[in-house]
Design a protein around this ligand. Sequence first.
Ligand SMILES: Cc1cc2nc3c(=O)[nH]c(=O)nc-3n(C[C@H](O)[C@H](O)[C@H](O)COP(=O)(O)O)c2cc1C
Length: 342
Amino acid sequence: MALYSLVRPLAFMLDAERAHRAAIAALRLAPARKPPRFPKSLETTVAGLTFPSPVGLAAGFDKDAEVAGQMLGLGFGFVEVGTLTPRAQSGNPKPRLFRLKKDRAIINRLGFNNRGQIDAFERLQRCSHGIIGVNIGANKDSADRVADYVSGVASMAQVARYLTINISSPNTPGLRGLQVEGALDDLLAAVRDARPVGGPPLFLKVAPDLGDGDAKRIVRAALDHGIDALVVANTTVSRPALQSRHADETGGLSGEPLKTLALDALRQFRAASDGELPLIGVGGIADADDAWRRIRAGASLVQLYTAMVYEGPGIGRRIAAGLAERLRRAGFASIAEAVGSE
Ligand SMILES: Cc1cc2nc3c(=O)[nH]c(=O)nc-3n(C[C@H](O)[C@H](O)[C@H](O)COP(=O)(O)O)c2cc1C
């Protein structure tokens, strides 16, 4: 944190997308560090994978899988790379990434800018340690979006410890339509069939903007098709009261103003699944209290992105230490015991 408090003012002088590129470039130069040792109480098994800490880096920071090893070394218990689409694409016109400093938030309408799955595959092949999940999506100009997910599962299964089917980005027109009944069943049946025998578990990432009955419907489809966990949630298209000058930009909102909505969505999914489907809580998590509340509301794992922009890359490790302390104080021997205990 001390170092980051010096770096942050410089980074914030750059526009947000340049600062992000500079951060990735700097991390690429950093020597790969060994991940820290986490307290044994934080080790947790979800979908057959054993995570050394339940605090992960959410998708979108390392879209092209350039620095996953470094992020594990900085103290994230797992890293989700992507979203990766079958073919490279440049995303939406710039500017498309905005810091809302007063709100400790970000609005992005990047639109899945990435260098494509084949390009990332080779880098991921070299990552042999730690849990790196691969988040996959569809190309914007794809004539058959389901086919893009099917090919993504088939081509990335070999290098992913888990795969996340992302149908909840607000920045690819029509993508969230795949969450609708019928379309969701067809998609999940297809990706399940595409998963090679013995392949990685499949997670489904959902939007926090839910209508009546959506959580129940999505849980039923996920259970019917053998989805292994839900990631709750992506950015929101809603606009809670915001103070920053970029508040009216189009795109997905993340960070502090998403926190209540994401926690509420998690509770809805917990109620709908009754503990039968592991949940990964994401959205506005910025400290150990936020992570603890999310776990007690039913999350087996948590992820964050926006708070790292404001607090620095040591945040995963700090939250992990805070969680170990909260477990001890509450008298739980493991994260699994605390899940859903609220
Ligand atoms: C700049 C930016 C880019 C993102 N890109 C992706 C993405 O490519 N795929 C995805 O599933 N989520 C993406 N997300 C969403 C995050 O993974 C996360 O779900 C969301 O930001 C809420 O968490 P947070 O409040 O901790 O940031 C992105 C978020 C941000 C801020």
